[in-house]
Design a protein around this ligand. Structure first.
Ligand SMILES: NC(=O)C1=CN([C@@H]2O[C@H](COP(=O)(O)OP(=O)(O)OC[C@H]3O[C@@H](n4cnc5c(N)ncnc54)[C@H](O)[C@@H]3O)[C@@H](O)[C@H]2O)C=CC1
Ligand SMILES: CC(=O)C(=O)O
Ligand SMILES: [Mg+2]
Length: 371
């Protein structure tokens, strides 16, 4: 199979879909790998590293899209990339379709087979291709939250860890999964007073066992959420219902109940965001204010630490990419229900229920798509 990896074109996105190690693995298995020139530079991988791995360097994305049987990327294809996809081609990347009708319509129109990293599952009920980037974004969230809290950035002027004689910042993390746990650990490590809200009692039992004394847990009822939000300096949104649009847990009307200059970091923005007033921002212009409350809503947070993120993502995607290349997408998905769970669009149809439901569009099941 010919595997193609274009340079990411989303603003300030420095990650790359294939590391030289991934290229080497594919080449050793008899596949050919084409990489757009300078695709890895932002993550510290030079064209010469890919050539040493046995890949070929290609001048333009257009040539990659035209030649490759499978495109491996990081972020959802941008409009110009979607025009280059074609029927029979496999796209393996993050998609986040539920809040994105335009992208969904373009992928349907392309006829391509689109497998979304974020809905591939594992046998423990986890999301193995989302997890590494959730670990990164979770660890970044208190860091960017602390920056947003600084007075010059519109924040309350509260230091995360406080100082002797002054209490630390109160941090509320909504959603105690991968993002939430990593965010809570780092915020607690900075000395903040941290509470994690979740609706899963099973998850909260685990968090309490593992992190008692580090951070507190609380059930994410609407009442508890607003009560803790009123006291918070920093609120981190980290909920997920896989594949679906994020539930909105703080409304615009409720912003007036928060302390002026509170920082909201909505990591769940790639699924539409869990605060009513969230809208996606970029690393170039990451924060904005609504009713005196500062919002940070960057949809590709891990791009800020592109080298760490690229290597972490590549470690996770490699076995799935190899299965797709070695067996072809249909056999690979037929053999592995967890990879099949990643199928979001195939040959002009949505194949993931939560995406169809979120967008009010027709869908078939992934099982129907492979039979
Ligand atoms: N902005 C960015 O750059 C990035 C965003 N993300 C996003 O962060 C979000 C969280 O991802 P993960 O932590 O990996 O998911 P996860 O599945 O590990 O955790 C989500 C948690 O939310 C909880 N939850 C669901 N509904 C809830 C509700 N109404 N109230 C309270 N808790 C609720 C679940 O019980 C679960 O524990 C996802 O939308 C993911 O796409 C992930 C990486 C990077
Ligand atoms: C998960 C995701 O959207 C990202 O890493 O950018
Ligand atoms: Mg998006």
């Amino acid at each position: 199979m010919k595997i193609g990896c274009p340079k990411e074109i989303k603003p300030q996105e420095f990650r790359v879909g294939m590391t030289p190690n991934a290229a080497y693995e594919a080449v050793q298995a008899g596949h050919s790998v084409i990489i757009e020139t300078n695709a890895g530079t932002g993550a510290g991988f030079e064209d010469t590293d890919y050539i040493a791995a046995g890949a070929e360097i290609i001048a333009t994305a257009a040539e990659i899209f035209a030649a490759a049987d499978m495109i491996v990327k990081v972020k959802e294809p941008q409009a110009v990339e979607r025009k280059m996809l074609r029927e029979g081609q496999v796209l393996f990347t993050y998609l986040h379709l539920a809040p994105d009708p335009e992208q969904t319509k373009d992928l349907i129109a392309s006829g391509a087979t689109c497998i979304a990293y974020e809905t591939v599952t594992d046998r423990n009920g986890g999301l193995p291709l989302l997890a590494p980037m959730s670990e990164v974004a979770g660890k970044l969230a208190p860091q960017v939250g602390a920056w947003t809290l600084q007075k010059a950035n519109g924040g309350r002027g509260v230091l995360m860890g406080g100082v002797p004689g002054v209490t630390p910042a109160k941090v509320v993390v909504i959603g105690g999964g991968v993002v939430g746990t990593h965010a809570a650990r780092v915020a607690a490590g900075m000395g903040a007073d941290v509470t994690v809200l979740d609706r899963s009692l099973v998850r909260m039992r685990y968090l309490d066992d593992a992190f008692a004394g580090v951070f507190k847990t609380s059930f994410a009822s609407a009442g508890n959420t607003i009560e803790l939000a009123r006291q918070a300096d920093l609120i981190i949104g980290a909920v997920l219902i896989p594949g679906a649009a994020a539930p909105q847990l703080i409304t615009r009307a409720q912003l007036s109940e928060l302390k002026p200059g509170t920082a909201l970091v909505d990591v769940a923005i790639d699924q539409g965001g869990c605060f009513e007033t969230s809208k996606a921002t970029t690393h170039q212009d990451p924060i904005y204010e609504v009713d005196g409350i500062m919002h940070y809503c960057v949809a590709n947070m891990p791009g800020a630490v592109a080298r760490t993120s690229t290597i972490a993502l590549g470690n996770a995607t490699m076995p799935f990419m190899m299965a797709l290349a070695n067996k072809g997408w249909k056999q690979a998905c037929a053999d592995d229900a967890h990879l099949l769970a990643g199928l979001n669009v195939h040959a002009g149809q949505i194949t993931y229920a939560a995406v169809g439901e979120a967008l009010g569009m027709d869908y078939i099941t992934a099982e129907q798509a492979i039979t």
